[in-house]
Ligand binder design. Structure first.
Ligand SMILES: C[S@@+](CC[C@H](N)C(=O)[O-])C[C@H]1O[C@@H](n2cnc3c(N)ncnc32)[C@H](O)[C@@H]1O
Length: 294
């Protein structure tokens, strides 16, 4: 069943104020899109596009992939602290947007924002039964929580992802589009420290979940959705995690004083592992435009 509610509390309920210190102003906790070209992105230090702008670019791309208009009703599966819901309400002026998350702290933050036409609930996608069907779905880096490492070893990944797409199909109207983003697991490092760090992030920072493989997602969408567009964005996530670590480090003294040394040290190690993982191709990022098969 992937990450439980208790697992999700480990990953997202450290404190909203803690995450606010090092994420962008809307609190996107997923890859932004810098699109600065491979040469610029290889330099190691990010270029002129800010973290804030990169996150807006990401939300614009996924909205376009989901064909969202002001007439749309939109479901956000795994909505975090509401960055996309805020974008749908204030930029796309949608008819209605609903978000589901397993984190109480995230849902409290969304309600605090009091966004027009936005609702949110603490609910697993496994239990979600909407009363009305949606025009569009957006889901940004939530599929990493669907399958546990043990379930992946037992060969259960594709069936679990297919069930997720089956539900998404059930919750939408005919002709609906789906803007999806997922991290990708590419290959296991040969370097011992890199293996240990990646394993530590999997079990300690995001317990209960494992990042999917591209071929698993491609196998699982059938027979529910057609892949219209697919783009990988490995270096964009490298840059995003670089920015997060940079902001975390700039707040080191405050974080150590408020949440303790372990929180700072763990998040420094986790974000450094991400930067290395994307640089060395252990992990990547994919964005997909999916269309319902009717
Ligand atoms: C990495 S965060 C991404 C948040 C947000 N989409 C963003 O871009 O900032 C993953 C999200 O998936 C949610 N999630 C994990 N498992 C879930 C489940 N079974 N049902 C619903 N949401 C879930 C978490 O609560 C969290 O909000």
């Amino acid at each position: 069943m992937g990450s439980t509610k208790a697992d999700i509390a480990v990953s997202y309920d450290v404190s909203n104020e803690f995450f606010r210190l090092w994420l962008d102003e809307r609190m996107n906790y997923t890859c932004g899109i810098f699109d600065e070209g491979p040469e610029r992105m290889k330099l190691g230090v990010p270029g002129p596009v800010s973290l804030e702008e990169s996150q807006l670019r990401k939300l614009r791309i996924l909205s376009d992939y989901a064909h969202v208009t002001s007439a749309s009703t939109v479901l956000d599966i795994g909505c975090g602290w509401g960055a996309d819901l805020e974008y749908q309400a204030t930029t796309n002026h949608v008819k209605a947007a609903h978000g589901i998350t397993l984190s109480e702290a995230q849902c409290a933050e969304i309600r605090r924002r009091a966004l027009p036409n936005v609702t949110a609930s603490v609910c697993s996608y496994l239990d979600y039964r909407p009363e009305v069907k949606f025009d569009a779905i957006i889901s940004i880096c939530m599929m990493e929580h669907i399958v546990s490492p043990q379930e992946a070893r037992d060969g259960k990944s594709i069936a679990a992802y297919r069930n997720y797409f089956r539900l998404a199909h059930e919750w939408t109207k005919p002709g609906a589009y789906f803007g999806l983003q997922t991290i990708l697991r590419n290959f296991v490092p040969r370097d011992r420290k890199d293996i240990q760090d990646l394993g530590w992030v999997t079990y300690e920072i995001f317990p209960g979940g494992i990042v999917p493989r591209l071929e698993e997602i491609i196998a699982a969408v059938n027979p529910y959705f057609e892949v219209l567009e697919l783009k990988t964005r490995r270096l964009d996530y490298r840059n995003t995690t670089w920015h997060w670590r940079d902001r975390l480090r700039k707040n080191e003294a405050h974080i150590r004083a408020t949440w303790g040394d372990k929180v700072f040290d763990d998040y420094e190690r986790y974000l450094s592992t991400c930067v290395t993982g994307f640089e060395k191709h252990y992990t990547s990022l994919a964005q997909y435009s999916l269309k319902r098969i009717d």
